[in-house]
Design a protein around this ligand. Sequence first.
Ligand SMILES: *Cc1c(COP(=O)(O)O)cnc(C)c1O
Length: 384
Amino acid sequence: MISPATNNRPLRCWAEIDLAALERNLRLIRASLPGGMRYVAVVKADAYGHGLHHVAARLMHSGADLFAVANVTEAAALRELGPGWPILVLGPLLPEEDRFLADYDLAATVSSPEEVVRFNAIGQAAGRAIPIHLKIDTGMGRLGVWHEHAERLYRQIIAAPHVLLAGVYTHFASPDDNVVFTDEQRRRFLAALTRCEGIKLDELFVHADNSAGIESMPGASPFNAVRIGLLQFGILPHPNSLLAQVRTEPVFSFHTRVGLVKALPGGTTISYGCTHTLTRDSTVAILCAGYADGIPRAVSNRAQVLIHGLRCPVLGRVTMDQTIVDVTDVPGVACGDETVLVGRQGTAEITITEFSRWADTIPWETLCSVTKRVPRMYRTVLGV
Ligand SMILES: *Cc1c(COP(=O)(O)O)cnc(C)c1O
């Protein structure tokens, strides 16, 4: 494993990132897609908390066609890895950020006539056209030109000499649980494109589907790319996913260690607010991680952790630096024992989906909530 600079001090709370699994996932997803479908790797938010540089470098080797990030700062960090990889900025740019499109060779998302004018001026000043992806709002109500107004914006783009149309895309609002609305969004998108006279879709990136969307992806259509975030990290967007047959593996796991073990008499209350009372004489373990590491306070009295391959319930409130668990039924727990918050230990497993449910949130947010106090340890080779 590649370890970050921890100054030889032992790890108290860490995330393991299995880059070999990431590579296998990308290959599996690619193999399950229709032939010729290009792969847009979404690596925003520090690659969903996995670490942008390590993840992007591995995805480059594994055959990603284009990288998508949220903003210019993330795009610049990605560009540091090397020239040549197409990078799409998904979010809107602040006017002062426009010049970085040229400096870092980025593609921008366009939703409005003002953006075309701005990016065209940047292209003119730089002496080369700025690549853009026209985004069409088909019902997300966020970025993109409203689909009924897309044709006019398309004509403005075609007429602007210093921007180059490189892609068209839309974003689904409810791909995981509303097939009817998703189909309506697809219909609006395709209808809007049909009105764009002379558009050469086979020369563009035409993309709509994210991890959840690709389940309902129609076979014959102009779509020729997918935008994948969560799924490449081995997490199914929803439990009964059709994609369960694509056997991706979790890339992320979350670990801490036992800092103290002690006996407490029944009737003792545990942690801030006294929200848990021991119903019996108990042995508790105090873990070396709390909400400052990314264990949400919302999992207080709800989550379980794995110690010695057995599930141990969290007792009382999660605190900033420590969490208390019941180890009465787990013999021999000692200071220093490894504890799994998310991941496998022996034959037991706590998935990020289960952990997220305890926190009343979604895996995307759980991953983004692991804080910078938590070193990411990279597993790079199969079985090592
Ligand atoms: C984050 C994002 C994605 C990736 O979504 P996943 O559900 O993680 O696959 C795709 N498209 C856009 C516009 C996004 O912002």
